[in-house]
Write a protein that binds this ligand. Sequence first.
Ligand SMILES: Nc1nc2c(ncn2[C@@H]2O[C@H](COP(=O)(O)OP(=O)(O)OP(=O)(O)O)[C@@H](O)[C@H]2O)c(=O)[nH]1
Ligand SMILES: [Mg+2]
Length: 491
Amino acid sequence: MSHLRFGALLMMRGRRLGLYLSHRVVLTVPKPGPVRAASLKDFQPAKVFACQGVSVPFFDALAKAAATRELFASSFEMVKKLLDFPEGLFLNDLIKLMRDRYGAQLEDFIVPSPQPEVAPSNNGDQPMDETDAIQKFNEKYDEALQSYIKRPNILLCGYTGSGKSSLAKAILGDMVPDHAIGDGRPKTMAYECYENNLVRIWDSRGLENGQTEEAFTAQTRDFVRQCQNDPSVDNHIHLVWYVIQGAGARVTECDLNLIRNIFNPKHVIVVLSKADITRPNQQLSMRQELLDAGIPPEHIVCTSDAPGGSLGCQRLMELSYEMLPDAYRDAFLEAQGIDLEARKNVILAKQGKAKAIIATAVTAAAAAGAIPIPLSDAAVLIPIQITMIATLAGLYGLRQEAIRQSALPFVAKLVGVFAASSLLKLVPGLGSAVNAAVAATLTGAMGAFVRTNFEATALAKATGKPIPPLLFDVGLFKKFYEEYQQNHIQT
Ligand SMILES: Nc1nc2c(ncn2[C@@H]2O[C@H](COP(=O)(O)OP(=O)(O)OP(=O)(O)O)[C@@H](O)[C@H]2O)c(=O)[nH]1
Ligand SMILES: [Mg+2]
């Protein structure tokens, strides 16, 4: 039993039930009231249901219950509700059900042996729950990334040499490799995919000499169908940049057929490329041909690959933003490299969502502390904090590099931050227990502290500056704590 870590076990002593959450913490409801922390001593010696598979559903359910502030008349009621057991169930039935449903066994609880003395690592982290903390962080981070950062797929199509890859590079920068740009010979073979966690570009092979227009059209149609038939809308093509070389080219039937019939015209922007070497009358006559074919004027832009995205790239960027489905817009704006102001604004605008994430965690922490949590058990707040931190990291789209350098070492340190001795230093006037107000303020201040860093990290990335480290500084945290306290009415 001593190897148990951050799982949960249903525990029973007499008719009293609790959920064992770590080596030190039991969440229980000894009398009517919200979920609360109790000392493990209350349950020793005790019987436990031991089973691997039970721990995770318990914990998730418990976290949800804590967030809803639901009151349970007894711990038995809470466990029944969490595990979705039927009404009118008696304790003996519960034991049977636990066995049948989860293969859980009722065993004598063995007091966890004291943690072996492990030499502190370089940064002084405690190894005890570090792995679990990081695992939980990663899970929640992935969930948050999926819900907050929807990555658009943009297809680049057009004849070979029309300037597709150059255009992608002018707008999206280094994610498009230099070798993608041609030097007279067709470069992009079939469909190349350039992607990061903000955008995915399908850079297609253009129509080459020797290839029939029919074959090119069929190849493009098959690719588009394959994408649009994907069960996940996240893998559909959300926007097409159809590139026609402005200088010395003309609009062909093949171009028009693709734009009008193979793609959804509502999702196509026609790009007349190489504006720097296109004569005004060439541009005018091509534009007229497109208008005659029914392409809306607002869907036609003229661009060049000039560094800094001059000559129409800004317009293409704005138009793409308008034409992308809502959910995919912000990621595109963050991915593009020609309008730094727009990039910064998307990041700054995340503050509202970040505050809502912090508020959810604050509510959960207040519920956990509704019956004061003894200082030695304050670690019960860690999962709430990790969920909050990971969700914020997902919201700000922190890249792997930032996660590795900044967020994970910080998460690993949380165990130490919540040790009683650290809390006494952090929270002015803290007594022997963490009550709802302190739990809420601690969580809100932690949220504000981390959010500020993640915002700075995202802004640094957007402007090509180094990632600021997320160092836990007691003095700085106290400042956040006091600020949070001043700005929120204490309960
Ligand atoms: N002057 C000028 N040259 C450009 C511009 N855009 C692209 N080119 C040049 O046109 C050539 C073809 O550009 P690419 O971007 O490789 O064209 P592509 O459409 O990706 O070609 P494939 O991958 O072969 O289909 C290269 O030599 C580019 O440097 C532009 O805006 N102005
Ligand atoms: Mg290319």
